[in-house]
Design a protein around this ligand. Structure first.
Ligand code: ZN
Length: 613
């Protein structure tokens, strides 16, 4: 066999393997952008050449572009939503409504062609709908050439100029961006407040800007020697420098520019480069220097537990407005406590796993990026600060429980923009999404979970996984059925509450009667401490069609009980321990379940007569 034939066979096998994944397909983009930036009036001229490949089985006769900057205008959907939602975000409130003409943002498309032919398009708010000159057939590519001009708004969540920390430019959601068409159809959502979805591909972005600025962003600078460190005393203020960035296998491109950026750098043992850009200020300099080793550790832990960061470089950039994730970089506030700085860096960097690489549709499944990120963040922070919490996810559990008890909870399946309150969105996306994973690790067992979460990363990297894709990975890894959990936790607001109903003496035995009070059934663990020592009872649900193995550390004290058919409100555990020698019985001793009422979870407790009659 020739080498060439071998190679072809190999490619054939590889593409078969990926198409065997449900016949999965996704679109591809190749952007080349030339940006001429005018820092005097905060505007820029853009030339965008975009090669779009239709890998779908469908013929497309139109496409959409997001024009995010148009949101920063009085009367935009984002403005109105920010003012009329029940609990306005004070960081936005009426700020958009008060913008002056020279402070608003906009994109104006001056010219757009498809393979040289003019196309017609209409703009509605933050979306341009383009009728193609020629239909785009399956597995064909087409080239869009666009000329546009844009004005950078005053920074308001999360893009813009002159933010409160003094960063000159945070350019995020800053260019006309093709909307994604995927297995689930078109996603041309207007920009209302949050969350994104984009097409994977290559970005080559040349930005010509006053030489006094240092730039940082997605991708890798292709001409580092030419741009040097930006400003030098001998550079005339009027002179411009062109920064050439290139990024591959990403679905967005963001950048920032400041005349006073200080640049720190470090390289991980596996070669990944970490870059830090912050404003030059004695307090910030100190805290960001301390941040470097924490960021190194964070990448090492993530690589080890959740999948290896696949890009050559990552940049932590002071963008001056909270924290927000972008491929290969993050924009975060630079000031505040050191603990806060580490926490936000950890959170936003982890988004490169859950958002950047595993690019679930954030609008439809905001919890698949925020919840998964929060879950890993809690584990990483627990390790960085050596907290050794019994359950590092406890805070997220409490936050979820408080929302569930508030009466304002909405199903986790609610689209990010469609929540009635910002609070319900935040609690669901971050906390309920995090608890989803924590409970799942309790259901399938820690070792299985750890292997499967890594498999999920490797199997779905650079793709758009959905909850179903994740469920299949977990089901195969655990050999369990998990619909009952995924469907209820994601699609409903059913809650969990178990209680120890009675504990009674029966000769030399003790009978524990457990009650399912909540509407959502879960497998249970029970810890019994007696004069004989400690033992655990594990009660799988019948509907799981499986059971997790005994955890290694406690396998000799572990007893698997009969399955619990979930419809039964009560379940009996028979202990071969005399009642008199029992010291304590606890439900869910590892705190893996978001049980709404913990008062009935232990015996003895005030709610149960002791000793029973
Ligand atoms: Zn986040």
């Amino acid at each position: 066999m020739t080498k060439r034939l071998l190679l072809l066979l190999f490619i054939g096998a590889a593409s078969f393997a990926s198409s065997a994944q449900d016949g999965y397909w996704q679109q591809n983009v190749n952007y080349c952008m030339d940006i001429d930036f005018n820092a005097e009036n905060h505007t820029f001229q853009g030339a965008q050449s975009l090669v779009y490949t239709n890998n779908s089985p469908d013929t497309l006769d139109h496409v959409f572009y997001h024009l995010y900057f148009n949101a920063f205008q009085p009367g935009s959907m984002m403005d109105v939503r920010s003012r009329t939602i029940a609990d306005p975000d004070p960081r936005i409130a009426d700020r958009i409504n008060n913008l002056q003409p020279n402070e608003i943002g906009f994109h104006k498309i001056e010219k757009l062609t498809q393979d040289g032919e003019k196309v017609t398009f209409s703009v509605e708010g933050t979306v341009a709908e383009v009728q193609l000159a020629q239909p785009l057939l399956p597995r064909k590519s087409t080239t869009f050439e666009m000329k546009f001009n844009s004005q950078v708004p005053i920074q308001i969540r999360r893009s813009g100029r002159n933010n409160e920390e003094g960063v000159d430019y945070t350019l995020t959601q800053w260019y006309p961006k093709l909307a994604e068409y995927d297995r689930d159809g078109w996603h041309s959502e207007p920009y209302v407040s949050r969350e994104f979805h984009g097409v994977f591909g290559t970005f080559e972005v040349d930005i010509t800007i006053d030489s006094k600025y240092t730039l940082a962003g997605t991708g890798i600078v292709q001409n580092p020697n030419e741009v040097g460190h930006g400003y030098s005393e001998t550079t005339p203020a009027s002179e411009k420098t062109t920064w050439k960035f290139k990024a591959e296998n990403v679905h967005d491109f963001a950048w920032a520019a400041d005349a006073e950026y200080t640049h720190l750098q470090s390289t991980l043992s596996n070669g990944t480069e970490l870059h830090f850009f912050h404003r030059n200020d004695s307090i910030i300099n100190q805290s960001w220097t301390r941040l470097v080793p924490f960021t190194e550790q964070l990448f090492n832990i993530m690589n080890d537990k959740f999948g290896v960061y696949p890009y050559a470089q990552f940049s932590v950039i002071q963008g001056g407005d909270g924290g927000m994730e972008y491929p290969m970089c993050t924009m975060i506030s630079g000031t505040g406590s050191f603990g806060g700085l580490v926490s936000v860096t950890v959170h936003e960097a982890i988004h490169n796993w859950y958002y950047g690489v595993l690019a679930s549709n954030e609008q439809k499944y905001p919890w698949m990026d925020e919840g998964f990120t929060t879950f890993a963040q809690n584990i990483v922070l627990d390790s960085l600060f050596k907290r050794n919490n019994l359950n590092p996810q406890e805070r997220s559990q409490r936050s979820y429980i408080s929302n569930a008890l508030s009466g304002k909870e909405e199903p986790l399946s609610t689209g990010a923009d469609y929540y009635e309150t910002n609070r319900a969105y935040g609690s669901n996306a971050y906390s309920k999404g995090c608890v989803f994973l924590d409970q799942l690790s309790g259901i399938v067992g820690q070792e299985t979970f750890d292997q499967a979460i890594m498999r999920y990363f490797n199997q779905w990297k650079f793709k758009h996984p959905t909850p179903l894709d994740f469920k299949r990975i977990m089901e195969k890894a655990s050999n369990m059925e998990l619909d009952w959990y995924f469907d209820a936790w994601i699609g409903t607001t059913k809650t969990i509450d178990y209680g120890i109903h009675t504990v009674t003496s029966s000769g030399k035995k003790t009978i524990i009667e457990i009650q399912r009070i909540g509407s959502l059934a879960m497998p249970l663990e029970l810890k019994v401490t007696s004069e004989k020592g400690v033992q655990y009872s594990y009660i799988p649900l019948e509907i799981m069609r499986g059971a997790k193995p005994a955890p290694n550390e406690i396998s000799k004290d572990w007893k698997q009980e009969n399955d619990w058919p979930w419809a039964y409100p009560f379940y009996r555990v028979e202990l071969t321990i005399p009642f008199e020698s029992i010291k304590r019985i606890e439900l869910d001793p590892f705190q893996k379940i978001a049980d709404l009422d913990s008062k009935n979870d232990a015996f003895p407790s005030g709610n149960i007569s002791f000793p029973p009659k």
